[in-house]
Design a protein. Structure first.
Length: 551
């Protein structure tokens, strides 16, 4: 993993190539979904778009081919079809902000009405409907649609006929691009959340990964809703309205918050102003919806305009504050964001049909997330390097360079930061060592020789106490060994091992002697460490005096 991060620049071209190949594969997969293919799946449903007609104001039958929009100012419209008993017993039609009722020979077979509450919500999203047709009855079919929003009056989409499984397969296949994008984004958001838990910069107040994860998850769920697949599992119309319309407001606000995370402090005011503008516009649109003045279905274009502004603003921020040091990445981010903005602009202009605009909208989000991910990768890597270096410096400060044991700084840090609720310790033993005649050795044989004697002393300590004790050098010739969860017998055994090693050093030239004192305690506060050190120090000096009298 470290090698991968170290040579990330060398692999950048490979990343780009893999990304292009994946996008190419997905493009071919999506574009080929309407072509003839060989499959063991059930026979696909058939289009039922020819043979329909309606009656004009003069009562004349006018033949039409679906999809079609009947020229009428009336909110209620009807189309008809001569029906002959058919082996495929299901018919699927689509309503776009419309209530519906389906008849055969004047008898209602199916009725759909939008909920009446809340009264200010005139539109409850768009839905597919599947109607069961009688297999032994001929006659005239009639599909009656009542527009909930005036601009959708007389609007009829394509109709499919066939078995239930083949119809569902057709519906999924027609919106496969949104389904794939939704699944990919949801999975990617889970990976982002895992990254944020493994490498957690939030301790420093940085929530960039969290914001990106939430953003990607929301867009993924929104795209799954756009694929209509969620209608198979959720029947509540209000849920679908929330996922389609309110979700876009949350996506907009989280998107702005994400770019605010990488904005320098001197430019935070602009990001905050942009966020406040988007938030205010969102509140106004929601208020207009609640008052029944403008439906969100008719005002979401404002959100797309904000996305356009956001793309250019994000490109400006990344280039202005040099959040990404690589000039090539800055150019790539700017190009991708510009492409996203242009796609959103085409969607808002309405110059293409809805199917094409849906694809452009999905691609716009795809390019936007690729660019955001690139920026996040580079900024996160820089933060990772900063954290790694800080940890390295901290580690160096906590290690005594000459001996390799823990330093005086490490000891004081342990004592000062001790928290009995977190650092639970029991049956501790603090052993204080003081080397004899070290100053005399330094004066007579030099400090280099004295350092070698100290190193031999530390080697014996480390070998005797092993993993059970941590050795700290708190002075030139003073050392503390802290043993945790150790019984008196275990400590005495380790001390005996140390005395044996000190009397038989590896290098007789660097022989040494020392005095020590030790106490057992269970720390409940940092003062307990201080008290234990003072008691061990008193015992050590008592032993040192005894050693001098025996010499």
């Amino acid at each position: 993993m470290l090698r991968f991060l170290k040579h990330r620049k060398e692999y950048f071209c490979i990343y780009i190539l893999c990304g292009i190949l994946i996008l190419l594969g997905l493009y071919i997969l999506v574009q080929s979904r309407h072509s003839k293919s060989v499959s063991l799946m059930p026979a696909p449903s058939e289009s039922y778009n020819v043979g329909w007609y309606y009656y004009d104001a003069s009562g004349n039958a006018v033949s039409i081919t679906l999809p079609y929009k009947i020229p009428s100012d009336r909110m209620v419209s009807r189309i008809y079809h001569k029906y002959t008993s058919y082996t495929r017993s299901k018919l699927c039609f689509y309503t776009h902000h419309q209530a519906a009722e389906f008849f055969l020979n004047g008898v209602s077979l199916y009725k759909y009405e939008a909920p009446g509450k809340p009264s200010w919500l005139a539109s409850y999203r768009s839905f597919y409907h599947i109607v069961s047709l009688p297999s032994v009855q001929d006659g005239e079919l009639c599909l009656e649609l009542t527009a909930l929003i005036p601009k959708h009056a007389g609007e009829y989409a394509g109709i499919y006929i066939g078995e239930y499984e083949s119809i569902m397969f057709r519906l999924v296949w027609n919106r496969l691009d949104k389904l794939l994008l939704g699944f990919v984004l949801v999975i990617f958001s889970i990976l982002v959340f895992l990254m944020s838990s493994l490498y957690n910069p939030n301790k420093g107040g940085d929530k960039t990964l969290i914001h990106l994860g939430v953003l990607v998850f929301l867009v993924g769920v929104w795209q799954l809703e756009e694929s209509r697949v969620m209608q198979m599992f959720i029947g509540n119309q209000g849920v679908h309205w929330i996922l389609e319309y309110l979700m876009q407001f949350f996506i907009m606000l989280i998107t702005i918050k994400f770019i605010s995370d990488i904005t320098p402090k001197k430019m935070k005011a602009w990001s905050n102003a942009f966020f406040l503008l988007a938030f205010s516009i969102s509140c106004i649109l929601v208020l207009l919806q609640i008052l029944g003045i403008v439906q969100l279905a008719d005002s979401v274009a404002v959100i797309k305009i904000l996305f356009i502004v956001y793309c250019f603003y994000a490109a400006y921020i990344v280039n202005k504050n040099k959040s990404v040091k690589s000039h090539g990445i800055q150019i790539l981010f700017t190009v991708l964001m510009t492409i996203s903005a242009l796609m959103f602009l085409i969607v808002v202009s309405g110059i293409f049909k809805k199917k094409a605009t849906d694809v452009l909208m999905s691609m716009g989000f795809a390019f936007m997330f690729v660019s955001l991910s690139v920026v996040l990768y580079h900024t996160s890597f820089e933060k990772f390097e900063a954290v790694r270096k800080a940890q390295l410096y901290r580690k160096l400060a906590f290690v005594d360079f000459n001996t390799g044991v823990s330093s005086k700084t490490a000891w004081f840090s342990l004592v000062e930061n001790f928290d009995p609720h977190v650092d639970k310790m029991s049956n501790c033993c603090l052993i204080l060592f003081d080397m004899n005649n070290l100053k005399k050795l330094n004066d007579t044989k030099g400090h280099l020789f004295g350092d070698k004697v100290i190193n031999e002393f530390c080697r014996c300590l480390s070998e005797a106490f092993g993993e059970n004790g941590t050795v700290f050098r708190i002075g030139g010739d003073e050392f503390i060994c802290l043993c945790k969860d150790s019984s008196k017998q275990e400590v005495e055994k380790m001390i005996a091992s140390f005395e044996f090693l000190s009397s038989h050093p590896e290098h007789q030239e660097y022989a040494f002697s020392c005095a020590y004192g030790y106490v057992f305690f269970t720390p409940r506060s940092k003062q307990d460490f201080i008290d234990a050190q003072q008691r061990a120090d008193a015992l050590m000096y008592e032993k040192k005096r005894l050693m001098k009298t025996l010499m």
